[in-house]
Design a protein around this ligand. Structure first.
Ligand code: FE2
Length: 144
């Protein structure tokens, strides 16, 4: 497996962890913003589901093997699962933290794909970064 495939697998794992984490927040968020945050976390896990699949299928297209077990995801992921103790502020901060973390990792991953002249993977990662950065901005406004 080349460095780009390894890198993309880490992000597949991160999106898998986020999928469960965002469901956790969707189910357990409490308080006066319940309806907004419940819906926002659902919107985010729906989007994460799409990029999770897109990144995994991109690995297959370039001849690699995508991580496809929960155990494998937890081993490869660079973000943490939910603790179950988060307040709604903690939840928002945690999503901002994870999105920023993945955004920075993708910035590095883009360089790997550029070295291989894999412009389609560069495009996938750039599009994903644009979306993550939009959510980071909106969620950060919510905390002010
Ligand atoms: Fe639901």
């Amino acid at each position: 497996m080349n460095k780009l495939e390894q890198f993309l697998n880490k992000e597949v794992a991160n999106f898998a962890v986020l999928y469960t984490k965002l469901h956790n927040f969707h189910w357990y968020v409490k308080g006066p913003l319940f309806f907004q945050l419940h819906a926002k976390f659902e919107e985010l896990y729906d989007e994460v589901t799409e990029v999770y699949d897109a990144f995994a299928e991109r690995i297959l297209m370039i001849g690699g093997k995508s991580v496809a077990t929960l155990k494998g995801n937890l081993e490869l992921a660079s973000i943490a699962e939910a603790t179950g103790l988060e307040t709604k502020e903690d939840m928002i901060k945690s999503v901002i933290h994870d999105f920023k973390h993945i955004d920075l990792e993708l910035k590095e991953g883009i360089k790997l794909a550029e070295d291989l002249e894999d412009d389609v993977t560069v495009d996938l990662m750039t599009t994903t970064r644009a979306s993550l950065q939009k959510h980071i901005w909106m969620l950060s406004e919510l905390l002010k």
